[in-house]
Design a protein around this ligand. Structure first.
Ligand code: UD1
Ligand code: CA
Length: 469
């Protein structure tokens, strides 16, 4: 939880009441993930960078779902806008939270997830330096269609004209309104009350404030962003994919600048919070998600997904592995085709080979489980050899049970360890055993049918077969 910043006079308002019709989704638009995190969470994080005294979210369509998503954010106030009569009407709803306060309102949109904290800092700087009533973040774009246009007289912003209300000459203006602003709180709510819905959409336009303040001779400023990609809004699944690609590319570039090799950035998907050390090499088709931390000089081969995991230095992940919520110590080697599930810990220089699944299992330093195994709810000491096809039978249909394999034990191939069971230090288990009782340290556990060889059986069988035809 971020607590309100003491002494801050910045109040963030985020608009998120619109329907998002073009997403064609049961999920509210602002909860659609961009690079693994809901759009709205990106916006809230950016907002946190300016340490607001209050943060208010204007919700409307699917208000309950948005509220549920933020149930652990008591620092975010909600106001419901119902019906949605336009952006000015949306801001008016925040009067219940902001009345009686002074300072600056920073207005953000819940569907503009790429906005950078540095841009908000610049916005506040420009707004304060000019002592402005309003400062509008603008961008110059190739295709201004659909955006409000910045209309200037003598170089100064005079008003904002929406696409549908614009003249052909105004439509040619390429400087657009980002929908992000700073407002002086003192005159804001009185000014909003003077806005009428006399326009093509019959809505109360927040953008009308510019002309209102200019008429009242109050200073209105603009802040032009260098990179228009930053203020891109998401209205459709296509724009969602475009914005996600931009965010991914930014992350990939950061990592490469910090000394990580990405063999093919275009097919490498790394969430913003992931940390990766120097000289780690990431091959194509790798997806690294959530709060994953990867050390230095690791190699992650193609087609691997890692989520919320921790890899120390010099770890190798071979092709086609799935690693979720696991920890892997330095120098360990995993895969190909391995599955590490949550609460798994692989020790230093340990090896997990192909078609091996580990769940809630500790595999000690230098231990090996190289082929075709399921190891669940097991504590395996150092320098243990787990033979091919070993299975921990950890579940009786109702409860899960623990398997313990002590240091230096050797588990022969195709062994079932029926938990709860303990294999003592240095003990051996014969291949093909079904172990149901503890094996003491240093002992051999053998639990399988004895072999008998029937001499001459094949010849005799052939003979009976010919006699019967
Ligand atoms: C708005 C601006 C336009 C700007 C564009 C940037 C106005 C009148 N126009 O247009 O100048 O170029 O944003 O993207 O402000 N919302 C509410 N309640 C409402 C209406 C909207 O909360 O009643 C929210 C939406 O959920 C969205 C934001 O306000 O987050 C912008 O609304 P939207 O309808 O997308 O505005 P545009 O028409 O794109
Ligand atoms: Ca609209």
């Amino acid at each position: 939880m971020t607590s309100p910043a003491a002494g801050s006079d910045i109040h963030v308002v985020i608009l998120a009441a619109g329907q998002g019709t073009r997403m064609k989704s049961a999920l509210p638009k602002v909860l659609h993930p961009v690079a693994g995190r809901p759009m709205l969470d990106h916006v809230l994080r950016t907002a946190a960078a300016i340490s607001p005294a209050t943060t208010t979210l204007v919700v409307g369509h699917q208000a309950e779902a948005v509220r549920r998503h933020l149930r652990e954010r008591p620092d975010v106030a909600f106001v419901v806008q119902e019906p949605q009569l336009g952006t000015a009407h949306a801001v008016q709803q925040t009067e219940s939270v902001l009345a009686g306060r002074t300072g600056t309102v920073v207005l953000l949109s819940g569907d503009v997830p790429l906005l950078r904290p540095a841009t908000l800092q610049r916005l506040l700087g420009a707004h304060r330096a000019a002592n402005a009533a309003a400062t509008v973040v603008t961008a110059i774009v190739e295709r201004p269609y659909g955006y409000g246009r910045i209309v200037r007289t003598n170089g100064r912003i005079a008003r904002i004209v929406e696409e549908r209300d614009a003249s052909p000459a105004q439509r040619r203006v390429r400087e657009i309104n980002s929908g992000i602003y700073a407002f002086d709180l003192a005159p804001l709510f009185d000014a909003l009350r003077t806005i009428a819905a006399r326009n093509a959409q019959g809505e109360y336009y927040l953008t009308d404030l510019v002309a209102i303040y200019r008429r009242r001779k109050r200073p209105v400023e603009t802040l032009l962003v260098d990179d228009p990609a930053e203020i891109r809004g998401v209205n459709s699944r296509t724009e969602l994919a475009e914005v996600s690609a931009i965010m991914r590319q930014t992350k990939n570039e950061e990592l490469m600048a910090a000394g990580v090799t990405l063999i093919d950035p275009a097919t490498t998907y790394i969430d913003p919070d992931v940390q990766i050390g120097q000289d780690t090499v990431i091959h194509p088709g790798v997806v690294i998600q959530g709060q994953t931390r990867i050390g230095a000089a690791c190699e992650i081969h193609a087609c691997v997904r890692i989520a919320d995991a921790q890899l120390a230095d010099r770890v190798t992940i071979h092709n086609f592995c799935l690693i979720i919520g696991a920890r892997v110590a330095a120098g360990a080697s995993i895969g190909p085709f391995a599955h590490l599930r949550p609460e798994t810990e692989v020790g230093e220089a340990a090896k997990v080979g192909n078609f091996v699944e580990l769940k809630k299992t500790t595999l000690g330093a230098g231990s090996k489980a190289n082929h075709l195994s399921y190891l669940g709810d097991a504590t395996i000491g150092p320098n243990v050899n787990v033979g091919a096809g070993t299975i921990t039978c950890n579940y009786d249909g109702q409860k899960k049970y623990q398997t313990v394999i002590e240091e230096g034990a050797f588990i022969g191939s195709d062994t079932q360890l029926v938990a709860p069971v303990r294999i003592g230090k240095g003990a051996y288990v014969a291949a093909g055993s079904s172990i149901t009782e503890d094996v003491p340290p240093g002992a051999l556990g053998i639990a399988r049918g004895r072999q008998t060889n029937v001499e001459g059986w094949v010849e005799r069988r052939k003979k009976t077969a010919t006699e019967n035809t």
